[in-house]
Design a binder for this molecule. Structure first.
Ligand code: NIG
Ligand code: FE
Length: 408
């Protein structure tokens, strides 16, 4: 199948090919063959392309790579609206978690759901995210917290990848919270994760990554290290939830183990930032969680960037700390609330989001890349982060196929 996307006012390649941090090329065209980009550049220097290609007219608008949401917990059931109301009256996220709510609340709903029910919930959420331009999405388990329920969740995540146009990357976050059966015995639950859950997940090839929530009331640095080393031995890549509610050592652990990424980082200090930079760990800026939780402490986006840390931006979509499936809004918030520039934010939801998932074949528009593209209905690529509450995405191509067409 051959496709030409023509009449592009501003092509953001996110590569070194164009001008500035967005790799911008004006008056551009993209040629696609067999799901891949074969040419992305100025119209006037485009080679001849087959006459039977499907033509997509961008009408002078901006075109970007398909968006990559590299950190979500979208496979959940139930609702935590009551906890949101409790927090509005002064309860903190940590207090609700310590009282048996929070992640455990969603755990009960996930355990009570069948794999099919979880898949149905996930597919509807992916539909919405795709309409906003997301073509690759990471999804974590972590609401099962037992062998059967983590395996059930990860099988559901695998089904999402198979059944939906969005490419889904699975992460095992069995080390998300201590389930009630192991109350007061984090050591014994850590052993279950290391000895049973991760080996099962690896054997069934259910996840590309393992993650751990290093935090007071969740997992210690020592427990996190055991989980991540075991995961690495089983061939999984690793990532960390670090320094979200307090400075707990997750960032240094990520650096020590050479994790692909570390998410949150509200409480990361100068030492942590240096360690992340030195080890080449990508920071996932999750501003929707920062804002949804009403955190006074902000993600030090500018400090991270100035230290040379690569910044990805993601939604953290989940029912407790970020009930926000909107990656465009997450990027807007990263600018106004976490110190990123608009260029940082756009690179963070494309190229750097992909790199945080270990993927270099997307998040850029260049020869050889997957033909995942977003066509806006406006001329400025910044409209993606500037228009809050209106979706400027007109057309989405996934592997060269039109999967969203929102033209009136
Ligand atoms: O990334 N911090 C830990 N995990 C999630 C929240 C999960 C939940 O509250 O359900 C997060 O914010
Ligand atoms: Fe998260």
């Amino acid at each position: 199948m051959r496709v030409v996307v023509e009449n592009i006012g501003a092509l953001c390649t996110m590569s070194d090919a164009g001008v500035g941090p967005l790799g911008r090329i004006d008056n551009a065209v993209v040629h696609i063959e067999d799901e891949r980009v074969v040419y992305a550049g100025p119209s006037e220097s485009a080679p001849l392309f087959s006459s039977d290609a499907l033509h997509v007219d961008a009408e002078g608008s901006a075109v970007l790579p398909g968006l990559v949401d590299c950190h979500t917990h979208l496979l959940f059931a139930g609702s935590r609206a009551d906890e949101f109301a409790l927090r509005s009256r002064g309860a903190t996220y940590a207090e609700i978690m310590a009282a048996g709510g929070g992640i455990r609340n969603t755990m009960r709903a996930v355990r009570a759901s069948s794999e099919g029910e979880l898949v149905a919930l996930g597919l509807a959420r992916l539909d919405h995210m795709l309409s906003l331009g997301v073509t690759t999405c990471e999804v974590k388990s972590g609401y099962g917290l037992s062998v059967v329920d983590e395996v059930k969740s990860l099988r559901a995540i695998r089904a999402l990848d198979r059944e939906h146009a969005v490419d889904v990357v699975a992460t095992c976050l069995a080390a998300h919270a201590i389930p009630p059966e192991f109350e007061g015995d984090a050591e014994r639950y850590t052993a279950l994760v290391v000895d049973e859950i991760l080996p099962r997940v690896a054997e069934e090839k259910l996840a590309a990554f393992a993650d751990v929530f290093v935090e007071q009331g969740a997992f210690s640095v020592e427990q996190g290290r055991r989980v991540l080393l075991a995961a690495r031995d089983l061939g999984l890549d690793i990532r960390v939830h670090a320094e979200q509610l307090s400075n707990s050592g997750g960032a240094k652990l990520a650096a020590e183990l050479g994790a692909k990424s570390a998410g949150h980082l509200e409480f990361a200090n100068e030492d942590d930032i240096r360690a992340l930079a030195g080890a080449g760990v990508i920071a996932e800026v999750l501003s929707s969680a920062q804002v949804f939780l009403g955190m006074q402490q902000r993600i030090p986006g500018k400090k991270l960037r100035d230290a040379g840390v690569r910044l990805a931006v993601a939604t953290d979509y989940n029912p407790g700390s970020a009930n926000v499936p909107d990656l465009q809004l997450a990027a807007g918030l990263a600018i106004t609330m976490s110190g990123l520039s608009a260029d940082d934010a756009l690179v963070g939801i494309t190229r750097n989001g992909a790199l945080a998932l270990g993927l270099s074949d997307r998040g850029v528009v260049e020869k050889g890349a997957r033909a995942d593209l977003v066509v806006l209905d406006t001329k400025s690529p910044y409209d993606l982060v500037y228009e809050w509450g209106r979706n400027p995405v007109r057309t989405v191509l996934k592997g060269g196929r039109i999967v969203v067409d929102r033209r009136a």
